[in-house]
Design a protein around this ligand. Structure first.
Ligand code: DOR
Ligand code: ZN
Length: 434
């Protein structure tokens, strides 16, 4: 592998909260040097003037649909979409067909990811066998095979006793939880948020309390057991308050998606099933509270819940269409629009929430930090060039996206994974970079 020399970039150090002009030399998969005026005639040069250079983005929540629904997305198309989106690592959710609830499937995913060799794919394993919420999966075997976290994403674990035991059992294997919170008794049959849009469309609603009540229960279970838990895709103001309160008592984290920061229930009126997502898009007041949570640091991670679905499914009637939004390659400029353009956080803080904090949560000690000896997973962002979203250009097979034609700033320009250039100037590097 050839060396890479990134010249004249503005380097982001999220762990120290600073930006500095510096060059970076990448060699043998690692960051070899960070400093001013580095020269190396053997290295492939990258001109990063006017660009931001930082540790690679890590997306804690994506659906890659393999095995079982490879025509909708697979590790190859998902890796390409991630690389274009500036993500050097993703955590893939286990709600595949069959679900990732045994070591054989984990090994398959890791082998396939290595074969593709574009980005790091860290599989999450199921909390319960078949995601059925009835019986615990074998966490020891899952961990040994390589899962990084546990999740029944797509569903909440309804049985409190089962999750109480799971929270204790998983600690033997040091596995954290990524929790989708949804009380199915409260959400059953619901399609959109409770509120005026549900009333206008005559749709059954998913009340806020469906998420809030399960989250409150699981905060208590985590407090009592000491489990490491992360709440994914928050959507309501009360969830932010619950988290704020419990963070005074224990370490617990949460993330928010770009769509919950940028859209509200009213967008369902314009976009129909393209804006049908779980948890549902809620009110402007909820959105404001989520932004406030990000600003305060109560929500410390940004994760996209990339959920690709085929057009034939999304064009069914609203009630029959599946939940989910495809967003992997536009997540970063969407976050920039929601958070940076509105003055809520700056680029260094964005990097902290997209790289440093997720690496910390996952225990990836060599990622999330740009310094000598760390993994050369690097994302370079162009903060100044505006581009329009064209869903037909997505590498992802999922074209279900309500952001078509949005004009956005802050697109990833280069993605380097393990010292190899995998995306340059917006396109996947098919062969050698130079
Ligand atoms: O909208 C969603 N889609 N929410 C989820 O929790 C699951 C996901 C999917 O798998 O499509
Ligand atoms: Zn989910």
């Amino acid at each position: 592998m050839k060396k890479i020399l990134i010249k004249k970039g503005t380097v982001v150090f999220p762990q120290r909260g600073v930006l500095q002009d510096a060059d970076i030399l990448v060699e043998d998969g690692l960051v070899a040097r960070v400093g001013k005026g580095i020269e190396d005639t053997q290295a492939c040069p990258v001109n990063a003037s006017n660009l931001l250079v930082g540790p690679g983005f890590i997306n804690l929540h994506v659906h890659l649909r393999e095995p079982g629904r490879e025509t909708e997305e697979n590790l190859w198309t998902g890796s390409r979409a991630a690389a274009r989106g500036g993500f050097t690592s993703v955590v893939s959710m286990p709600n595949t067909h069959p679900p990732i609830d045994n070591p054989l499937l984990v090994r398959y995913l890791l082998l396939r990811a290595k074969e593709i060799g574009l980005i790091n794919i860290f599989p999450a394993g199921a909390i319960t066998v078949g995601l059925e919420g009835k019986e615990m999966a074998e966490y020891g075997l899952l961990k040994e095979a390589g899962v990084i976290a546990l999740s029944d994403d797509g569903r909440g674990v309804q049985d409190a006793r089962l999750l109480y035991l799971a929270f204790q059992y998983a600690q033997y294997f040091n596995l954290p939880f990524i929790l989708h919170e949804e009380d199915e008794g409260l959400s059953r049959g619901g399609e959109v948020s409770e509120g005026k849009v549900a009333a206008l469309l005559g749709k059954r609603a998913i009340p806020r309390v469906a998420e809030e009540s399960l989250m409150a229960r699981d905060l208590v279970l985590a407090f009592r057991t000491g489990a490491r838990v992360h709440f994914t895709h928050l959507s309501t103001a009360l969830q932010v308050e619950l988290l704020r309160w419990f963070q005074k008592k224990m370490p617990v984290s949460a993330d928010v998606t770009p769509h919950h920061l940028l859209l509200t229930e009213e967008d369902v009126l314009q976009w129909g099933s393209e804006a049908k997502v779980k948890p549902p898009l809620r009110s402007l007041e909820d959105q404001k509270a989520l932004k406030e949570g990000v600003k305060e640091g109560v929500i410390s991670i940004l994760a996209s819940d990339h959920a690709p679905h085929p057009p034939e499914d999304k064009s069914l009637s609203f009630s029959e269409a599946p939940f989910g939004i495809s967003n992997l390659e536009i997540a970063v400029p969407l976050y920039a629009k929601a958070l940076i353009e509105e003055g809520i956080i700056n680029w260094v803080e964005l990097w902290e929430k997209l790289s440093y904090n997720p690496a910390l949560f996952l225990g990836l000690n060599n990622k999330g930090i740009l310094e000598e000896g760390k993994d050369a997973d690097i994302t370079i962002v162009d903060p100044g060039t505006r581009k329009k979203v064209k869903v037909s250009d997505f590498e992802s097979r999922g074209k279900n996206c309500p952001f078509e034609n949005w004009s956005l700033l802050g697109w990833p320009a280069y993605t380097i994974v393990g010292g190899r250039m995998v995306m340059a100037e917006g396109s996947i590097v098919e062969d050698e970079f130079c």
